[in-house]
Ligand binder design. Structure first.
Ligand SMILES: *[C@@H]1O[C@H](CO)[C@@H](O)[C@H](O)[C@H]1NC(C)=O
Ligand SMILES: *[C@@H]1O[C@H](CO)[C@@H](O)[C@H](O)[C@H]1NC(C)=O
Ligand SMILES: *[C@@H]1O[C@H](CO)[C@@H](O)[C@H](O)[C@H]1NC(C)=O
Ligand SMILES: *[C@@H]1O[C@H](CO)[C@@H](O)[C@H](O)[C@H]1NC(C)=O
Ligand SMILES: *[C@@H]1O[C@H](CO)[C@@H](O)[C@H](O)[C@H]1NC(C)=O
Ligand SMILES: *[C@@H]1O[C@H](CO)[C@@H](O)[C@H](O)[C@H]1NC(C)=O
Ligand SMILES: *[C@@H]1O[C@H](CO)[C@@H](O)[C@H](O)[C@H]1NC(C)=O
Length: 647
């Protein structure tokens, strides 16, 4: 048996060698694409032809398979010349991009209590909780009911910035007497963010390690949907485990380098996250906030600090602090992430989002009301304390934020949302943190847990992998709940609709890289980290070769076309044919879609996530609008990279 196996193995090896020989002899020769290898002087290695790298070339050309060496890839990629990333139409229909109509006014507020009740029913009865379809329908169709523009004097923009809830709400460290007049605000350009006629609201995310596709799709979904002059994205980078995390992200991260112009413009700021050993607390209410102040506090220490309650000290200036002990701080990564959001929001206020949450709508109306503390329900669990905090909004330095923080610390730094939530419920405070139903933020969670009542969502998908799938029949009955009229199909070949398949915006990496380099150098006042040897050391050791994605320059693409490697598109040969998915029908009404980890998944072409990416790409290159009908006026933003396995 063992002997037979070995003989067979030898035969297979021999056959492979012969095949390999044949393959080589049928090579049609290498077609060199770039006339002159372009050198990249930047230290940020973005795929491009760099010295020592192989130039792009076609290695093998057959009717249904072409093998291509791209400059940015260590190994050749293989694809069908008649159905590939470069000639596949992005869609089989004409999308209605501006489906929301104009963006809500910067002062528009959502009635959060109405949103909770419309989708939950009563607090005890939960009559509507499981009906995700009806909730989404309400959210999509009844904006007039739950969005209002308050009376002029009570609008957020009419309040005094010096008393604002957020630091720097006016862009001037809260020193202005009034917010800028809406009729004369400076508009944003590619280099400046412009002014907000009302308070600027911070959005927080937390990340550890280098940027990945997940970070990119999160940031782009933010830029695609939010009222940018009125919002700021704070990315917190774990510095306890990664002391140089922020610097690395700003100077060495090939993917994050796409977003450096947004750091420059002020949209995005990176912040080092170190778990604090003490957190400032406002004066707490002994009865309401559960603090047991000592009747007779001890003596002040050398610094004049007095212990006033279990875990709380008061400094000489009268400021109270929640003190964390070293023992409390030894906890697991997930526990850190659970806790971080409460600390960040207590200190800064605003909105916290997990990085695997994709924003689909302007969130501002949810954040403007005076009482805007909310989170999400844990799927369709009926317990009033079963929160999920993938999305969390809290007012800074508030009684609620202090109570939750103090409670979590008292429980041994346990910030698991369901534990914190049940604590609040026991103390009768759960309803201060409004519980939004899953339809608003994670519309398939209820379906996924087999708890759905009423109709399936639009699209009808039942698990978190589905939106990454792009093959024709991969999602059964995804349109079962769609009653609208069918979008008109467009004809193939797509030569008739070239604007829908126009990839001429693909990055000209050299040019953009040089821009990035300047940005980094200007900011640091010193040359960015020396990486030239790395980059010039051939694809095998270049950082770009370590990534599983690639990009292609317009020059490379047109050379591949000229060589026949990218030929006419034939839909019948396509594994991922274009279809009638558009963002308009992607859980319309939901503010976000929660990807729920799925860290290793790449979106297949023509999948829902791929449709989202195309909408982003086309918005940022100026060829399409976002869902509010707006044109992009911001900095150049490179499109998503491509996945070789789906070429
Ligand atoms: C606001 O304060 C920060 C830090 O204190 C300072 O760096 C910044 O220049 C100030 N901004 C304005 C507009 O005054
Ligand atoms: C919260 O209070 C602390 C100390 O009292 C202060 O340093 C911080 O700026 C406050 N945060 C906000 C957003 O007002
Ligand atoms: C998309 O196509 C499916 C199947 O052909 C159809 O049932 C559905 O109504 C279409 N949806 C739209 C938005 O056109
Ligand atoms: C593709 O888009 C560019 C601008 O982004 C435009 O100049 C060009 O004419 C377009 N090509 C086609 C075939 O539509
Ligand atoms: C791309 O970069 C090259 C320089 O390497 C330049 O000659 C060319 O004009 C650029 N193309 C576009 C479309 O910007
Ligand atoms: C790679 O870089 C090292 C210096 O870091 C250099 O000595 C070596 O010659 C380079 N190799 C190639 C193939 O360029
Ligand atoms: C902004 O646009 C102007 C004019 O189109 C251009 O000269 C400038 O380089 C752009 N700046 C950035 C950061 O893209």
């Amino acid at each position: 048996m063992a002997m037979g196996g070995r003989t067979r193995g030898f035969c297979v090896l021999l056959r492979n060698l012969v095949l390999a020989g044949l393959l080589y002899s049928t090579l049609l020769g290498i077609i060199y694409v770039a006339e002159q290898p372009r050198t990249v002087t930047t230290k940020l290695a973005i795929p491009a032809l760099v010295e020592g790298q192989r130039p792009t070339g076609v290695l093998k050309l057959e009717e249904e398979k072409v093998k291509v060496q791209l400059s940015s890839q260590p190994t050749p990629i293989t694809f069908n010349p008649h159905a590939n990333l470069f000639n596949r139409p992005k869609t089989a229909v004409k999308p209605n991009d501006a489906f929301w109509g104009p963006r809500p006014d910067f002062d528009t507020e959502a009635d959060l209590d109405l949103l909770v009740e419309a989708c939950r029913g009563t607090y005890t009865g939960l009559e509507k909780m499981r009906n995700v379809f009806d909730c989404l329908h309400f959210l999509a169709e009844e904006q007039d009911q739950y969005y209002t523009l308050p009376a002029p004097s009570t609008r957020a923009s009419a309040q005094d910035p010096r008393k604002a809830e957020y630091l720097n709400a006016d862009g001037h460290n809260n020193t202005l007497k009034a917010y800028p007049d809406p009729s004369s605000v400076t508009k944003s350009t590619n280099e400046t963010l412009g002014e907000c006629p009302g308070p600027i609201i911070p959005y927080h995310v937390y990340w550890t390690g280098p940027a990945t596709w997940r970070v990119e799709v999160f940031i782009k979904s933010y830029l695609y949907t939010q009222n940018l002059p009125c919002s700021r994205l704070w990315i917190w980078i774990d510095a306890d485990r990664n002391p140089n995390g922020v610097e690395k992200m700003l100077t060495q991260d090939p993917l994050f380098s796409k977003f450096l112009p947004f750091v420059e413009r002020g949209d995005i700021s990176l912040h080092a996250w170190n778990f604090p050993t003490r957190i400032p607390l406002p004066q707490l209410d002994q009865i309401k906030d559960g603090v047991q102040y000592y009747k007779s506090p001890g003596k002040p220490n050398a610094k004049g600090e007095i212990v006033v309650a279990d875990g709380i000290i008061e400094d000489a200036a009268g400021q109270q602090w929640l003190v964390l002990t070293a023992k409390q701080m030894t906890f697991l990564p997930q526990a850190i992430s659970d806790a971080v959001r409460f600390v960040i929001l207590h200190n800064h206020g605003g909105l916290y989002l997990d990085m695997d949450v994709l924003i689909l709508r302007d969130m501002r109306p949810l954040l403007l009301p005076k009482q805007h503390d909310f989170a999400e329900r844990w799927a369709a669990h009926s317990h009033p304390g079963d929160f999920n905090t993938a999305i969390l909004s809290l007012t800074a330095n508030s009684s609620l934020s202090s109570y939750l923080l103090y409670g979590g610390v008292r429980m041994g730094l346990n910030f698991h949302p369901r534990v914190i939530g049940r604590m609040a419920w026991k103390d009768g405070r759960d309803q201060e943190l409004k519980m939004m139903e899953t339809a608003a933020f994670d519309p398939i969670w209820t379906e996924f847990n087999w708890d759905r009542e009423g109709r399936c969502t639009i699209p009808c998908v039942k698990d978190y992998g589905a939106v990454f799938k792009g093959k024709d029949d991969a999602i059964k009955d995804e349109w079962e709940s769609y009653d609208g009229s069918e979008l008109e199909r467009i004809e193939f070949p797509t030569a008739h609709f070239p604007e829908l398949n126009n990839r001429s915006h693909l990055d000209n990496s050299t040019e953009v890289n040089e821009e990035h380099e300047e940005t980094v150098e200007q900011r640091n006042g010193a040359p960015a980290l020396e990486r030239t040897t790395d980059v010039n050391n051939g694809s095998a050791s270049a950082p770009i070769a370590m990534h599983d994605w690639f990009s292609i320059t317009p020059a490379e693409e047109s050379a591949l076309r000229a060589s026949g490697a990218i030929a006419d598109y034939r839909v019948e040969q396509d594994k991922f044919p274009p279809n009638n998915r558009t963002l308009e029908n992607f859980f319309k009404g939901a503010w976000t879609y929660h990807v729920h980890n799925q860290w290793m998944k790449h979106p297949e072409p023509s999948s829902w996530i791929s449709i989202l990416q195309d909408a982003h790409n086309d918005f940022f290159d100026g060829s399409r609008t976002n869902s509010y009908g707006e044109k992009w006026t911001g900095p150049t933003l490179l499109p998503y990279y491509l996945w070789p396995e789906f070429a």
